[in-house]
Design a protein around this ligand. Structure first.
Ligand SMILES: C[S@@+](CC[C@H](N)C(=O)[O-])C[C@H]1O[C@@H](n2cnc3c(N)ncnc32)[C@H](O)[C@@H]1O
Length: 258
């Protein structure tokens, strides 16, 4: 593993113990969970069986998908994240295969999966273009890509003030140091092109340039609203209102899945 990946892995290993304390990272309500599951039904559908969740973290997407009956592999660079994901899956009574690995150099044969999903992962990667080429490689022909990513954080004076205020509360409420973030990756000596979020046209262009077809980007207004509804006030203040987008695309056809 190169030095950059070791720094990134160490960061997420440390972050794993506090990751699920952040209200934005976990399911806020039954309504939110229902909304995610119906989104998967719409975007992935019943034709897919084998799903790869890249950068699964503590298993947010993997566990929901396994509950829906898919066969899921949850991959992550951080083994400490995977340990937590495994415990959560066990607690929810579902089976997921958790596997260590790198999103930019996947440990799978070409054409292994019907669908690939992930949430909040592309911003954590030093080479998103390389990652997309890898994701396409391990998708079956006609396979579906569906991932979630935030638009850029707004960065005016009020936004910075709001974030600083929120961070001070996070320090006590979540018992972690919110200033030590991979968003401030310059401090860690790592360059991440999409840190701080990315505008949808940048991603759609990248997907098309990587050979994906039927590329679409949709704001996740309803899930965003349900998530905020269930959040404590400090979290609403610190997270601001930047939307998460749902990106979908297809690996070009040679015998589609339904
Ligand atoms: C912001 S967290 C999102 C976790 C999870 N997808 C979720 O939504 O709760 C980013 C995750 O990506 C993982 N990650 C970062 N770089 C990676 C890489 N090169 N390969 C695989 N996973 C990676 C981190 O360990 C972390 O678990």
């Amino acid at each position: 593993m190169n030095n950059t990946k070791t720094i990134i892995r160490n960061y997420w290993d440390c972050r794993s113990s506090t990751f699920d304390r952040s209200p934005g990272h976990v399911i806020a309500s039954e309504k939110e969970e229902k909304a995610w599951k119906s989104l998967f039904q719409e975007k992935i559908g019943g034709g897919a069986r084998e799903i790869l969740d890249i950068g699964t973290g503590t298993g947010f997407l993997s566990i929901m998908l396994a509950e829906m009956g898919y066969r899921v592999v949850g991959l992550d660079l951080s083994e400490e994240m995977l340990e937590r994901a495994e415990k959560k899956a066990l607690g929810r009574g579902v089976e997921v295969e958790f596997k260590p690995g790198d999103a930019e150099n996947l440990p799978f044969e070409t054409g292994s999966f019907d669908a690939i999903v992930n949430r909040a992962v592309l911003w954590t990667l030093p080479d998103p273009k390389k990652a997309l080429a890898e994701w396409r490689r391990v998708l079956k022909p006609g396979g579906r890509l569906c991932f979630f990513l935030h638009e850029p954080h707004t960065d005016g004076i009020t936004d910075r003030f709001r974030r600083q205020l929120g961070n001070m509360v996070i320090l006590t409420m979540e018992r972690r140091n919110p200033w030590n973030q991979l968003h401030n990756s310059g401090k860690l000596g790592v360059e991440l092109p999409f840190r701080g979020g990315v505008a949808p046209p940048v991603i759609t262009k990248l997907l098309e340039g990587s050979g994906f077809e039927r590329v679409a980007a949709e704001p996740m207004a309803e899930i965003g609203r349900l998530k905020r509804e269930g959040m404590p006030l400090y979290s609403k203040i610190s997270s601001g209102k930047h939307l998460q987008y749902c990106y979908t695309a297809i690996n070009p056809d040679r015998g589609k899945i339904s």
